[in-house]
Write a protein that binds this ligand. Sequence first.
Ligand SMILES: Cc1ncc(COP(=O)(O)O)c(C=O)c1O
Length: 297
Amino acid sequence: MIGAKSAHYSISRALSILGLGSNSFLPVKVDKNEVLKMDDLEIVYNTAIKNNLRVMCVVANACATSTGLYDPISEMGDFCENHKLWFHIDGAHGAAALVSKKNKNLLKGINKATSIIWDAHKMMRVPALCTALLFKNFKHQALAFQQKGSYVFHEQEVVGMDSMPYTIECTKTALGTKFFWALALEGEGAIEKYIDYTFELAKYFYNQLKKEEHFELPYSPESNILCFRYVKESNSNEFQKKLRYSIIYRKKFYITSCEMNGLRYLRVVLLNPETSKIELGNLIEEIKIISKKLSNE
Ligand SMILES: Cc1ncc(COP(=O)(O)O)c(C=O)c1O
């Protein structure tokens, strides 16, 4: 399998579970913001073929977990079409932008995907777990779910709709019901508004941080995820981590942290619809206070 070095760890975990080993994920180089580089995709693929490897699939981040940035989906889709490869899009977080007229352009080319993973529990106002594996071609789903199980599958004698041929596990709750209720209670329009609000809020936060001194911002956000560093007192990775933990231990804010190209960042995922511009202003002040405090310890 080929994908950006920044692909979610669940991809290589799945390969490991299959017993294919971690080397069966062939990482493609990324740019300074960890977005897949198309020229390296070509190189990785050609090297794999030269080494008699059989390429099973190419995976795209839509968006990447750490940064919230989208891989070049459309170009990757064309690449897969030209080389007759399965094209999987990891849209766990970011495929929800399709609901938004303003933001769906981020997923331009998603129609070229052979399969998509999409989590309603991330951006669709649905509690965990509610996830879907979507196939472009129904045949791919139908053929993969044709096992026999005489204790549960009784072909003609099913009462009502039988979801068994469409779910991965045997025993599971009806995950889609939660999504149905989110739609029934709020409607698609409310979900679209929520996505637009959180994506816009990340852009607002980015612009506010840009006006401040000592904040380093590697990129302008595409989704509701933003990474940044506060380097007034220290620019070490260790300090950013300490800053993050001290902020969450004070219990006013919950933020995360991640590494991008070897540098550790503070990271926000603006998921809560109650988060406002005022809170983000307060977060900036909190970061400055805690950083100063840490440097005096
Ligand atoms: C791009 C991406 N893929 C996969 C996952 C894993 O999703 P889950 O936590 O629903 O297993 C995440 C989680 O953050 C993600 O961002």
